[in-house]
Design a protein around this ligand. Structure first.
Ligand code: BES
Ligand code: ZN
Length: 457
């Protein structure tokens, strides 16, 4: 059978496939930092060359930010679009890494072999699982089983500023029957999951200014308003004692879960104790009226992602700072409107500012939540294919993270998107010592071969 030959080739080619991933991981494509612009370009060039070697007509396409990689190849099966991102998160704090984040390697760990390095899981390792599956098909059969459009982005980790205009300008070219997105993980690190819900995201940054210069806290302390005191008081009021976010109208558009969905999620047997235990915690910190799984998949959040003011270096300085800063993000669900929440949050903060304090705002990313339809026959085909590869049958699941493009496929291109991926909860994406299990890479490649086979049948 043709699939068996492809799977056997994937198994025997794994060392070479791993070497190719290591090459891509050595490129320092940190999209948010302008100092790495040339590296982002280099990653795009590397992917263009790699796709061309598979017979894909691939090109680097300029945007006002980092380039997109777009490629097309013909095949007998349905027309699918594959999306992944080649950019990665910054690596700091560098001192917490056990190796150079851009000098990746295979490491032996008590849980098995891992590929260690920035982007190994998010998202270079994942996007290469698809490309490697295509390579094996091509090598075995001389052609691919489906018509495929490749669409690889270099700005996902910095809010995808060029994405919407690019999708609109190239709508005809990008349109396919279904989009396949590989940027998510396994449920509980072992169950293959097709994500049907993604949370949206709203990022806000604020600076509160009190005195017009830093002051000596002996000379001015007591008489001068300290902006750090103002900031912490306001942010201290973000939640009530039940974990409910206090920004007015924030819960507008947050849906009630259907009994059917609640029952399906209940059946997944989420181990909240283990999930928290893995990161040194024990008590769920969300709204105390909802289940732990709902907290990460179906409820909005407000997080302080960064907060700074005054002197934070070594030693001590009796400063009364002039400014206090915070970066805050909201994860959004249902039909919550990011713009309305931005407006209400700002009004809520500003209404609490005391005399003499000023505030300045910076907009960051903003995307609504998305809900995937699973009616396209590709979903059931993929679910069966995944169940053949992994010990557990595949499940429909939610995802607490945000992948703005998933919603844009529907709203801009009128396409359904299917999100599958092979990351594990302990991959430490965005953190020091990011890794991707060799098992994720190997079974991920095999999974894509099975999915392409099932879709082309
Ligand atoms: N791969 C992640 C999304 C993700 C996170 C999937 C957690 C599964 C679990 C993606 O690269 C990401 O980090 N997205 C950002 C989006 C933001 C920068 C616009 C996120 O969720 O914070
Ligand atoms: Zn990410």
């Amino acid at each position: 059978m043709s699939l068996d030959a492809v799977l056997a080739r994937i198994d025997s080619d794994l060392p070479a496939a791993t070497d190719r991933l290591l090459e891509l991981l050595r490129i320092q494509s940190i999209s948010t930092d302008p100092a790495y612009k040339a590296e982002c370009d280099k990653a795009a060039d590397w992917l263009v060359a790699d796709l061309q070697s598979l017979g894909v007509s691939a090109e680097k396409r300029a945007t006002p930010g980092h380039p997109m990689v777009v490629g097309h190849v013909d095949g007998p099966g349905p027309h699918v679009l594959f999306y992944g991102h080649y950019d990665v998160q910054p690596v700091d704090p560098l001192n917490l890494w056990d190796r150079d984040p851009f000098d990746p390697a295979i490491e032996e760990t008590p849980k098995g072999k891992v590929i260690r390095g920035r982007g190994s899981s998010d998202d270079k390792g994942q996007l290469m699982t698809f490309i490697e599956a295509c390579r094996a098909w091509k090598a075995e059969h001389g052609a691919l089983p489906c018509k495929i459009t490749f669409f690889l982005e270099g700005e996902e980790e910095s809010g995808s500023p060029s994405l919407v205009p690019f999708m609109k300008e190239n709508a005809e070219e990008l349109k396919a029957e279904i989009a396949l997105i590989c940027d998510t993980g396994l449920f509980q690190s072992k169950t293959p999951a097709i994500m049907t819900m993604l949370r949206g995201l709203l990022g806000e940054e604020l600076t509160i200014t009190g005195p017009d210069k830093d002051l000596h806290s002996g000379m001015y302390g007591g008489i001068a308003m300290n902006p750090a005191r103002v900031l912490t008081k306001i942010l201290g009021g973000l939640f009530d004692e039940n974990g409910v976010i206090q920004v007015p109208e924030l819960y507008e558009g947050v849906p009630e879960l259907s009994d059917e969905l609640k029952a399906q999620w209940e059946g997944l047997g989420f181990d909240a104790k283990g999930f928290l235990g893995d990161v040194g915690l024990s008590v769920p910190a969300g709204e105390n009226s909802v289940t732990p799984l709902e907290m990460i998949w179906a409820r909005p959040t407000a997080e302080i992602n960064g907060i700074w003011s005054g002197y934070t270096g070594d030693g001590f300085k009796t400063v009364l700072p002039s400014e206090a800063h915070a970066k805050i993000s909201f994860r959004l669900v249902g039909t919550q409107d990011p713009q309305a929440i931005r407006k209400n949050f700002r009004a809520w903060v500003e209404a609490q500012l005391p005399a003499d304090c000023k505030i300045a705002w910076t907009d960051h990313s903003c995307s609504p939540a998305s809900q995937m339809s699973t009616e396209h026959p590709g979903f059931e085909a993929a679910r069966k294919a995944l169940s053949d590869e992994w010990p557990d049958p595949a499940a429909y699941a939610g995802c607490g993270g945000s992948i703005p493009i998933a919603g844009y496929f529907k709203t801009i291109l009128d396409m359904d998107a299917m999100l599958v991926g092979w990351g594990k909860d302990d991959d430490q994406i965005h953190s020091p010592n990011e890794k991707y299990d060799l098992e994720s890479y190997h079974k991920g490649i095999r999974s894509w071969a099975r999915i392409l086979d099932a879709m082309s049948a």
